[in-house]
Design a protein around this ligand. Structure first.
Ligand code: BF8
Length: 627
């Protein structure tokens, strides 16, 4: 098979060819070499939880040594994926809370959004009158940190949901308690000899995922906005073509804005810019990748180099002086690829040390000084670039990004209601949904998965949805696919959208696919859906809104899928999770949950069929508007 057929991204195809010529191995080579994946792993019915195993379920061995059947094994494995994903998102949020606790008027981290902090303080019953803003920040940070380990009570962010949804959570008993407790409970309950009941395993998976969506991720996004600013619409460009021949190229990859915000500042430091010039470069060019890419493009317009599947390919351009990473979604393979070029692969987090990288530990207390040291490493490396090895593919697309909920609301008001008083609410969007000008809304999120063709499902599904007047909001690597393929360009509405959506886009001056941030920022999508449902006095499960993860791959995505379903939003997956070893797990996740939370999963690995199902299901949901 031609490796290039494993991606629809033309730049990636050019880089796959270059890698071949340069003798560099990429994920695409490993994908072809790994002919058949383990069938037990794919079905989720291999148990490695205790030392008597691994136990694999077959018709001849229907139980593991302890007697666990396929339903227990699949359920435990699934629950542990949810715990892993929730831990990753929430630990990210914890770091932001610690950063807010460190914030000070003369330090590296300041409060950028005082209004938002006050709003959150009031929501959390923190006194604000006559107090110094940093005192308030420190108290809010402490309360945020308590959400991880408080001994009693449930997430304080649940009350942002419509009251009907809060009741569902109460009735089904999935209101999450302290975030760490939910994760620990899953790790305990899935230990040998604890829970074997599948319903219970799925129930705790949903409750733990709620600690991700309606606690950890919400804290992550809110604290990031307070510290670094709430995103507003801005222009950017996306794909490997944003790397520059004449500048020091730094790729920022990973997740947490605590590091990337400081790198952005450091890259503007006049001394470092002068040093770049001394090295013969015209300046410093930052480019983002994966969710860090989303964070810095949403807040600064930093251009997007690419998505999860392009991390090796960026280095293969031969034009990258440094890849700077913190945590999550970083291929260990980057060390080896970087060795084939002059690129420095710089790891910074004690939570993600990678063999073969250059490790420069990032500490929030000395944030800017360390960021400058890291950028200096990159700048000094420019002289080692071998021009003969450089090939920067040409393609890049323009995109408008930065659609936080706070940015969407005034955008809707500014144009639609220019002749009347602004509503300051999501009412204009709700009116478009109710009238049928927009048939529905979809959150298309998640990763790239080598089980399919990179970017194909994302782009196919998004194009189908917007053609059918379904507005798309997106985060994560899905957002980067949209940006790369021109779907976030304001002209995209004319090219691809149906009449209703195109009219709305023109009136309110937005693209048909809205970039709402990183995967942690799916909390923004929850906020938006909750605001629409509240405006309609309906449950979130009754409005024509869906979640879609066409190319998901990470445990974080499993946690996300679960909290989106728990929020009453039907969720569509383009990749089958490892659950098919248990017919009951498949039944509960794709059907049974409907009775509990009003939503469930649908899986179809054919993206055209999946898009058709989504469109038809959205139409069915519209009956609630007719009641
Ligand atoms: O959190 S979409 S590949 S980068 S997991 Fe990772 Fe998936 Fe990309 Fe961000 Ni989200």
């Amino acid at each position: 098979m031609d490796k290039k057929m494993l991606t629809i991204d033309l730049n990636s195809q050019v880089m796959i060819d270059k890698a071949e010529k340069d003798g560099v191995e990429t994920m695409y080579d490993r994908k072809l070499a790994m002919k058949a994946q383990c069938g037990f792993g794919l079905q989720g019915n291999c148990c490695r939880i205790c030392g008597m195993g691994p136990c694999r379920i077959t018709p001849k061995t229907p139980r593991g040594l302890c007697g666990a059947d396929e339903h227990t094994i699949v359920g435990r494995n699934f629950a542990r994926m949810v715990a892993g994903g929730t831990a990753a998102h929430s630990d990210h949020a914890r770091d932001l809370a610690h950063t807010m606790a460190l914030s000070s008027r003369d330090g590296n981290y300041k409060i950028r959004e005082e209004g938002k902090l006050i709003e959150l303080a009031k929501e959390w019953d923190v006194a604000t009158e006559g107090r110094d803003i940093y005192d308030i920040a420190h108290e809010v940070a402490e309360i945020g940190l308590m959400e991880f380990g408080k001994p009693y009570g449930v997430s304080r962010l649940l009350k942002n949901a419509p009251k009907q949804r809060q009741q569902v959570w109460k009735d089904y008993e999935i209101e999450p308690r302290a975030i760490d407790r939910e994760i620990a409970t899953i790790m305990h309950s899935t230990h040998i000899g604890c829970t074997s009941d599948l319903d219970s395993l799925i129930h705790m998976s949903l409750r733990t995922s709620m600690a991700d969506g309606w606690a950890g991720s919400m804290i992550g996004t809110r604290f990031s906005d307070i510290l670094f600013g709430t995103p507003i619409p801005r222009q950017t460009e996306a794909n490997l073509g944003v790397l520059e021949q004449t500048k020091v190229n730094i790729v920022l990859h990973g997740h947490e804005p605590t590091l990337s915000e400081m790198i952005v500042l450091a890259s503007e430091d006049p001394e470092l810019v002068a040093l770049a010039k001394e090295m013969g470069a015209e300046g410093i060019n930052l480019a983002g990748m994966c969710c860090t890419g989303n964070e810095v493009t949403m807040r600064h317009g930093v251009r997007i180099a690419g998505d999860f599947h392009q991390q090796e390919l960026a280095i293969i351009t031969g034009a990258v002086e440094a890849v700077i990473v913190d945590v999550q979604c970083i291929f260990p393979a980057l060390a080896k690829v970087a060795d084939c070029y002059h690129t420095k692969f710089i790891t910074t987090s004690p939570k993600a040390k990678i063999t073969g990288s250059t490790y420069i530990e990032f500490k929030e207390e000395e944030a800017l000084a360390i960021a400058k040291e890291i950028v200096k490493e990159a700048v000094l490396n420019f002289k080692n670039r071998d021009q003969e090895k450089v090939l920067i593919p040409e393609l890049k697309s323009s995109a408008t990004v930065g659609y936080s909920v706070d940015a969407i609301i005034p955008q809707l008001d500014r144009v639609v209601n220019s002749h009347i008083d602004p509503t300051g609410t999501v009412k204009p969007l709700v009116d478009c949904l109710k009238s049928g000008v927009l048939r529905g809304a979809a959150g298309v999120v998640g990763c790239n998965n080598a089980k399919g063709v990179s970017n194909e499902a994302h782009v196919t599904i998004m194009k189908e949805l917007i053609k059918n007047d379904i507005i798309v909001v997106t985060t994560g690597c899905g957002a980067q696919a949209a940006a790369k393929f021109g779907l976030m360009d304001k002209d995209a509405a004319k090219k691809y959208a149906g009449k209703g959506l195109a009219t709305v886009c023109e009136l309110v001056d937005i693209p048909p696919v809205l970039h709402m941030g990183s995967c942690v920022d799916i909390s923004r999508i929850l906020d938006l859906v909750a605001a629409c449902a509240k405006n309609l006095d309906m449950d979130m499960s009754d409005i024509p809104v869906v979640g879609i993860a066409p190319e998901w791959m990470s445990e974080k995505a499993v946690a996300i899928g679960c909290y989106v379903v728990a929020s009453g939003i039907d969720t569509y997956l383009g990749i089958m999770p490892p659950i098919t070893g248990s017919s009951r797990a498949v039944e509960i996740l794709t059907e049974g949950l409907k009775d509990k939370v009003g939503a469930s999963f649908t899986v179809n690995e054919n993206c055209h069929e999946l898009a058709a199902t989504i469109i038809s299901d959205i139409e069915k949901k519209r009956v609630h508007f007719e009641k």
